[in-house]
Ligand binder design. Structure first.
Ligand code: GLN
Ligand code: ZN
Length: 764
């Protein structure tokens, strides 16, 4: 018997974002359901063939999704919230997309991050008398579809316990896990059908095993897997976990009646030593040794050593070689990157290359290193070149990070003193108004940028366009009477990519798309070496914008943690070290903005919370270096320079002390979804600095009225003091149209004005 090569999932979007294009055509009414289905079928077939051709034996099916695999699971078990149900219980494509994206008067289901990735899933909703049934047989259909292509796949399911835990109950008394009994028959029915269709291995993902679980939750896993195993005894269930160490849940996982267990040995190599002696006799180990979360080539020698340890302990018939997790989280094919630095190219592997690595590792185990000797040697040489490359190592950066001192992490004076100096200089009215940075990215803006990139318009022309755009945005803000202005960010496609393009040590790709949600993809920069900032990145635009107005113009930067979180990060040094380098680069920019006369600087950190480790006991360690990185980036300014930050779309209540420790003078924070909750937390915590809770939701085309905003602000004033409160939208306005932005901001400024007028005379 030999070692098997497997995979946990392949990107769905296609090498050229074919899925995005097919979806958008369909949504725009430009193609039929049959055409969409045809495009999806081709994507599935290509992915199966590719993986099989490259030498995988366990090729997954049902890893494809038209929008999201959690949504697919909800539909599969008939968990369609009643607001989407018409007559009859057919769940057609219309219903499916309505759940994902909303329909005329029906709001979409909520979306949130998949564990610690930047992939967003649709949050299942459970109602009071929630029923389940096997409402769709997608996993079976795709298994059969692959069979007609001559490929026997390993169907992939999201396990019932993780599915419930990822969802939320729409009623207070209801706990999702209480629904397990009701849910299991749908899974049992599906497994029965798969068994009858001749399936063998089934991959069941239970990523909740890498979270802190309660006794009840562990018991639920046991109940579930005893039932599933009994429902289809001929199937072999491979229980898959990823993104971390199972810690105390390892014994739970090992006690489940499954045929195989997948461990992420990239994130948690230390698990192997604990798992091997404890693995029950017949259990197969799927060893995740190829990093499914990052873009680096695998250190094959190290991976082989890990795999040989497993083979020695278990025998080759009980080992599967695999990526650490689904390859959903990496770009599709490196070979499309023709413009990439040739020195960097051989260090990288995207999904296709990772599949090849898995196959190669299995071959080395089965046929001996000699069979792949030349590849192994070539890889060793590349690794050595990478380790010593001058592209990576910049002594100047090393010197600077070594010289970081405690005083560099501290503003000169405490907040109370700064506040006074800033007030003297900036002379804001009470309840100052501002925005988060971006203004509508109109077709004109996009067209000009694309034209410039394609060489259709030259730099001078493009600059003139940007200046005109900035002037328009500045005049508008003056006209409606905002207090702190912004330039509108027309020069930026993306708040991370813009800086990624300008840092040394960071590369950007042409086709390195990764699915973010549905049809949306992002192209994360690749941080491959020591990071520095060769020259100012934003000063020219900030300076120009400031020259147009007497009012303070904000300098707009993306913070080190957000750049770190939304990029592929080098794997040869701790994240904290990379964060420090990014922080120093941003600090340089902050210094230059200040020197250019910019009096207010905003450093956005929407992803601060996303970096939180999955286990709560690791939070403090992360927050310690993360907050230090923000402080390093921001604290180099004079007292009278105001530092603002912005965060959005996350739960902040439980990290309030860390937010306070960032010590930004002002935090502008998304709040309109949970206004009272959030402010309550800031109030209870006695947040010391100033705060601008967003007063309208920028994701909605709805224009708020001044009355509404005034009411919100009055509620805010019940919880935080008048001299702390700012007035601003939830987030950047770039996705909105001017016809929405104009009246919304006008109403906002008016509401602030009314409250000022009604205020008791302020004491100076
Ligand atoms: N300054 C950015 C903008 O206004 C912030 C975006 C964000 O928070 N994601 O677009
Ligand atoms: Zn935001």
């Amino acid at each position: 018997m030999t070692v098997v090569a497997g995979s946990l999932g392949y990107p769905r979007i296609g090498p050229k974002r074919e899925l995005k294009k097919a979806l958008e055509r369909f949504w725009a009414g430009q193609s039929s359901e049959a055409e969409l289905e045809e495009a999806s079928r081709a994507l599935r077939r290509d992915a199966w063939r590719l993986q099989q051709d490259r030498g995988l034996q366990h090729v997954p099916s049902n890893d494809f999704s038209l929008y999201d695999h959690v949504l697919d699971t909800a539909v599969m078990v008939g968990a369609v919230p009643s607001r989407f149900l018409g007559d009859g219980d057919q769940i057609g494509l219309d219903t499916y997309f309505a759940m994902a994206r909303g329909a005329r008067d029906v709001p979409a289901m909520e979306m949130t991050k998949w564990f610690d990735t930047n992939y967003h899933y649709i949050v299942p909703e459970f109602e009071l008398d929630q029923r389940f049934r096997l409402a769709s047989t997608k996993p079976l259909d795709e298994f059969l579809e692959a069979q007609t292509e001559g490929i026997r796949t390993r169907p992939k399911l999201l396990g019932p316990v993780s599915f419930l835990l990822l969802g939320k109950a729409r009623h207070d008394g209801l706990r999702p896990l209480d629904l397990l009994e009701a849910l299991l028959p749908a899974y049992e029915a599906l497994l029965g059908r798969l068994e009858a269709a001749g399936a063998d291995w089934i991959q069941v993902d239970e990523p909740c095993l890498v979270l802190d679980l309660s006794t009840d939750q562990r018991r639920a896993l046991s109940t579930a897997y005893h039932r599933l195993n009994a429902a289809a005894p001929a199937l072999r269930l491979l229980l898959t976990t990823y993104f971390g160490d199972l810690r105390e849940n390892l014994s739970t996982a090992l006690a489940l009646p499954v045929a195989g267990l997948h461990l992420d040995l990239v994130r948690a190599p230390q698990m192997l030593e604990r798992a091997l002696p404890a693995l029950p006799d017949s259990l197969v180990l799927s060893a995740g040794v190829v990093d499914g979360r990052n873009v680096w080539r695998t250190d094959l020698d190290r991976a082989l050593a890990t795999l040989r340890t497993a083979v020695d302990a278990l025998g080759s018939e009980r080992v599967v070689v695999a990526p650490s997790c689904s390859l959903l989280h990496v770009p599709v094919d490196l070979d499309q990157e023709t413009a990439l630095d040739p020195e960097l190219h051989p260090w990288l592997a995207f999904a296709q290359q990772k599949v090849e690595e898995v196959a190669l590792l299995a071959r080395a185990l089965n046929e001996g290193d000699d069979a792949v000797a030349s590849t192994l040697q070539a890889r060793r040489d590349e690794q050595a070149r990478r380790r010593s490359s001058t592209r990576i190592h910049d002594p100047a950066v090393a010197e600077r990070t070594a010289a970081i001192s405690a005083s560099m992490l501290r503003r000169i004076s405490p907040f109370a003193k700064r506040k006074q100096l800033q007030q003297e200089r900036l002379r804001f009215p009470s309840l100052p108004t501002t925005t988060i940075g971006s203004f509508p990215q109109t077709d004109d803006v996009r067209r000009a940028r694309a034209g410039f990139k394609a060489g259709r318009i030259d730099a001078a022309e493009y600059d003139a366009f940007l200046e005109a755009e900035i002037e328009r945005v500045v005049r508008f803000q003056e006209e409606i009477g905002l207090d702190v202005l912004v330039h509108g960010e027309p020069e930026r496609t993306d708040m991370v990519e813009y800086f990624g393009e300008r840092f040394a040590g960071v590369a950007v790709t042409q086709q390195g798309w990764v699915q973010s949600y549905g049809s949306r993809c992002a192209r994360p920069p690749i941080i491959y070496g020591d990071v520095s900032r060769p020259e100012p990145m934003t000063v020219r635009w900030a300076e120009y914008a400031q020259s147009l107005t007497q009012r303070p113009m904000k300098g707009m930067l993306t913070g080190p943690l957000t750049i770190l979180e939304w990029s592929f990060v080098r794997d040869d040094q701790p994240r904290a070290e990379t964060a420090r380098q990014l922080a120093l680069a941003i600090r340089d920019e902050v210094g230059d903005l200040e020197a250019a006369g910019i009096r207010v600087i905003q450093i956005d950190e929407p992803a601060l919370r996303e970096g939180l480790p999955l286990h709560r006991e690791d939070w403090d360690a992360y927050l310690a270096w993360a907050v230090d990185a923000f402080r390093l980036a921001s604290a180099g300014v004079r007292d009278e320079t105001q530092v603002q930050t912005h965060m959005c779309y996350a739960e902040f209540n439980d990290i309030m002390p860390a937010i306070a420790r960032m010590d930004a003078d002002v935090i502008l924070i998304e709040a309109s979804r949970s206004q009272m909750d959030l402010l309550d937390a800031f109030g209870r915590f006695r947040y010391p600095n100033e705060i601008g809770p967003g007063v309208f939701d920028i994701h909605s085309p709805r224009v708020p009225t001044a009355d509404e905003i005034e009411a919100l602000l009055r509620r805010a004033l019940d919880l935080i003091s008048r001299d702390q409160l700012w007035v601003n939208p939830d987030c950047g306005l770039k996705t909105r149209a001017w016809r929405e932005v104009r009246p919304s901001l006008t109403a906002m400024v008016e509401a602030a004005g009314r409250l000022r007028a009604s205020a008791p005379a302020s004491t100076p």
